[in-house]
Every structure is written in structure tokens, then in C-alpha cells.
Design a protein around this ligand. Structure first.
Ligand code: SF4
Ligand code: ZN
Length: 305
């Protein structure tokens, strides 16, 4: 079997949705081109931006850093990396180490920040107590709070995260099935707010399937943290993800069509259902908030009790 692009004999992937058979070089180049094209198409990054990459050390963020580095090397953007240590013993340490190595090898400023230093808590401590919520709920809210705060401190103009096609279609389907249309209105390649305390978040890998990200890091021999988080319990998101994976076997374009269809109705959903996010400020911590307190402060008060 030969590469449909260059004719090379060693094919590493057959893209079922497009019928392309690609060799390693053509696959890697194709992915890099696609991500950079999406960045231009959705105007995710502009010349002179200081992009903060949320770098966990997992495959998505490592690939994101690797591709954005091509813009950094050419002096188009400035780039910093931030790794959040949630305090998950036996899991997070390896990711932090890998993230550190990548940032160092690319000569990028890197900050490691912990739940402990900001909230005097670790995720393990939260989950040891009589926590009312699931680990991922605390984790997501506290991580977003820290990222936004650190981005402001570091003067970043964009926060780039490694959300991929699977993550995005899971979020679309999950929120739709739950009837959570206000959350649905927040989904997209770029999240912004009227508050100047809120740094714009971008998802340059939003149209890249998770499988291809795995193949990219292997093809480029990039060190990544593959271990699973001990708290990634059976969640509704996981169930929805499984449904989409099963459907994709017989219908390889299903995730793309879910995303495309959603993107067509997104402007209407946003207009009708989007709450003005983050226009106010949390009366406790000063971070952007839709209500009197931001979600992080609401959770911290619950935990104090
Ligand atoms: Fe946090 Fe949940 Fe991810 Fe673990 S699986 S790192 S708890 S969001
Ligand atoms: Zn707050």
C-alpha cells in the first residue's frame, strides 16, 4: 500500500473519513498544516500574541506546544507554558516532569502552579473529605480559575488548551442530551468575555481526532504522559464518549458532522441562550464571575463547611 500523497511505500494511517492513506511524513505535515489553517480560519492567534499553553504533559497539550512552537520559533508569537499540579499523588508527578522537559528543550518560560499554593488544598485532600461533588468538577473549576489568574499575571493574551475533536463532540452531545443549552452556548473554538480580566481561550486542536493526536506524538517521538487519572471515574461524559466511539466505527465521519452541524447553529444558540459570561467580578476574589461569587469561591466555601 502506498501513500496517496507522495507514493512512499510505508503507510501509517488510513483516514477512513477521507479515504487517504498516508506515510509518516505526509501524516505529520498534514496535521501541522490543518492546525495552522484552523488557527487562521477562526482567527485564534494574531501576530504578537503572547500565548499561554496549558501544558499537562499529556498527548494533546504536548502536540499543541509542538505545533505552536513553529509560530514561536518564527517570532510570530510569544509563548509561555503553565502546568497545574492538582495534587493527585502517584499520577500528576510524571506529567509535571514531562511538561518541564518539553518546555526546557524548546527554551520556553514554564511555570508550575499548584492547587495547594492557591487554595491551600490538594485534589486528594478534597476527595478524602466529605466532598459533595465529583473530582472532575472541582478540578475543572479550580484549574480554570488558576489559568485565568496566571494568564493575567504573565501578561498572556490567549490561553491555548489541547481540547480535541473527541472532547468537543462529547461536550456538544452531552450538553444537548442533558438539555444544558446555556453550557452548549459556551462551546466553540474561541471563548471570550467582555471582562478585561478574562483571557481569551482558544482550542487549536478542536478538529483533530484524539486517535490522530496519539499517532502524531508517536510519529514525532514526543515524550508524553499516557497514564490515566485515578479520578476519571465512570462519568456521563465517558458514556457519551463511548457512544461516539462506537458510532465512529461504522460511521467514520460522525464526529466531524456533529461538530459541523453544531457550528452552523452555534451563532443562533449563542444569540438566544448565552448568558453574558464573566461581566461581573467575584466579590471575594475579584475574578470574572456571572454571579456574586465565582464558582471557585462557591466551592471553597462549601469545602470550608
Ligand atoms: Fe482532573 Fe478529572 Fe482530569 Fe483527573 S480526570 S485530572 S480529576 S479533570
Ligand atoms: Zn471568586
Amino acid at each position: 500500500m502506498n501513500c496517496t500523497k507522495c507514493g512512499a511505500p510505508e503507510v501509517i494511517i488510513i483516514k477512513k473519513h477521507s479515504g487517504q492513506k498516508l506515510c509518516q511524513d505526509c501524516f505529520v505535515q498534514g496535521i501541522e498544516r490543518k492546525v495552522l489553517k484552523d488557527i487562521r480560519k477562526y482567527k485564534l492567534i494574531e501576530k504578537g500574541d503572547k500565548v499561554l499553553v496549558a501544558l499537562s504533559g499529556g498527548k494533546d497539550s504536548v502536540m499543541l506546544l509542538d505545533i505552536l512552537n513553529s509560530l514561536y520559533e518564527r517570532g510570530i508569537i510569544n509563548m509561555v507554558a503553565v502546568t497545574i499540579d492538582e495534587g493527585i499523588k502517584g499520577y500528576r508527578e510524571d506529567g509535571v516532569k514531562i511538561a518541564k522537559n518539553h518546555a526546557k528543550s524548546l527554551g520556553i518560560e514554564h511555570r508550575i502552579v499548584t492547587f495547594d499554593e492557591y487554595f491551600d488544598l490538594t485534589l486528594d485532600k478534597i476527595m478524602d473529605g466529605s466532598s459533595q461533588r465529583k473530582a472532575c468538577t472541582y478540578c475543572g473549576v479550580f484549574r480554570r480559575w488558576i489559568l485565568n489568574k496566571v494568564a493575567l499575571e504573565m501578561g498572556a493574551t490567549k490561553i491555548a488548551t489541547g481540547h480535541n475533536l473527541d472532547d468537543e463532540t462529547q461536550a456538544i452531545l452531552m450538553n444537548y442530551l442533558e438539555g444544558n443549552i446555556e453550557n452548549l452556548a459556551k462551546i466553540g473554538p474561541k471563548t471570550r468575555s467582555k471582562s478585561d480580566k478574562f483571557t481569551v481561550k482558544i482550542k487549536p486542536l478542536r478538529e483533530i481526532p484524539e486517535k490522530e493526536i496519539g499517532l502524531y506524538v508517536v510519529a514525532k517521538n514526543l515524550e508524553v504522559h499516557f497514564a490515566g487519572c485515578p479520578y476519571s471515574e465512570e462519568s456521563f461524559r465517558g458514556e457519551v464518549g463511548q457512544i461516539l466511539k462506537n458510532l465512529s466505527r461504522k460511521h467514520p465521519t460522525i464526529m466531524y458532522s456533529t461538530l459541523r452541524g453544531f457550528d452552523k447553529i452555534r451563532p443562533v444558540i449563542k444569540k438566544e441562550f448565552q448568558k453574558e459570561f464573566g461581566v461581573g467580578e467575584c466579590t471575594n476574589c475579584g475574578e470574572p464571575a456571572a454571579n456574586e461569587l465565582c464558582r471557585a469561591c462557591i466551592f471553597l466555601r462549601e469545602l470550608e463547611k
